[in-house]
Design a protein around this ligand. Sequence first.
Ligand code: HAM
Length: 417
Amino acid sequence: MIQLIRGFKDILPGEVELWQFIEKQTTSLFEDFGFKDIRIPIVERTELFSRSIGEETDIVEKEMYTFPDRKGDLITLRPEATASIVRSYIQHRLYAADPVQKLYTIGPMFRRERPQKGRYRQFYQIDAEVFGVSSPLMDAQIMFMLMTLFTRLSVTDCTAKINSLGCPDCRPAFTAGLSQLLSEKAGALCEDCTRRSARNPLRVLDCKVPACKAAMADAPSILDYLCPDCRSHFDSVMRHLTLLGVSFELDKRLVRGLDYYTRTAFEIQTTLLGAQSAIAGGGRYDGLVKALGGPDIPAIGFAIGVDRLAEIAARSHPDLSRKPKLFIAALGETSQTLAFEWVSKLASAGIHAEMDMAGRSLKSQMKQADRLGAEHVLIAGDTELEKGQVLLRDMVTKEQVPVPVNDLVEAMRSRFA
Ligand code: HAM
């Protein structure tokens, strides 16, 4: 038997209803905040990701699914959505009508990481991006939106961590200080960090290897290096988060795994998923639109890991699967034909009804109705039909009432719609 590939998974009925619920809640909330849906391709030119996420990141160095297409062009299964949305924003000149655009998308991303609990090679993100707003009010607002979604999904066991990564004016002084420390600790760092410490020292702050963590214990804080503009931006973000009642922790080690960030960076973390603590992450990336060939337009966004979110939300939403309103138990050919007609017409009128098409006994049809979780069963036996009626049985109270067969579909519709 052919099995699915390691790190990939099926989302089966029984589980998928929670995903649909999450998606519905997301769409409705995000649209109330003025976001519009955008659909972007799953495959892009490799260069788009290497230039935006950064050559010296884990994602670009070792996690992308990259392959030459039949003409030899290098293409990559998207590891995230931000780069593609920026490309689309520039390519379609979405800024021309109005630089302010709020966009969201939901879909699969691909990273060839080592699979473990909460970490997959195909995973799903809910991604939101705002272009054209440099005000710190937006930073606070999108974090508020994110936390509101989590609250609506009863995901409350999590912490928002925030940091500022400064800007091209103030960050170099910090990275220079960090490089200095790194050269002193050279022997103590892991292979990746040794290689990166010259070209991308910030990455070392993010390394999970215990030796690197220890070496970085007395690293300077970027917050001490912020220029006045970055400092006041960050203070304002925190003030407005407090105003909106969003609780957060300052985490001066938070640097994120992608290189495009400037100023505000944040993550929503949980202790419920073992090593995979981040359910969402994001931040400002004021230089990326320009770096990818567009105008100088600021931006900010975040992505939620849906697999992780669903795993936590499942604890408070055990069974969301839809049960049929009605099961029609038919006995005999005439009754089965009637049931067939009613089930079809009820479904097209928006009432989920089921029947047995195999001519089983009443007993096994009742069992089937029970298994499906039907709320009511219509029993269409010959004796009742001769009287021009069927029996409607409430599966919870076990009460049965006769219902005339004339206009049955309409009667059921007005009862259950
Ligand atoms: P990211 O932190 O790389 O950010 O990913 C966001 C979220 O995706 C993570 O917090 C995690 O929940 C989920 N995730 C990442 N990798 C995996 C995986 N292998 N398996 C399961 N879940 C995973 C970004 O992708 C940025 N594009 C976010 C952003 C948008 N920044 C600005 N705009």
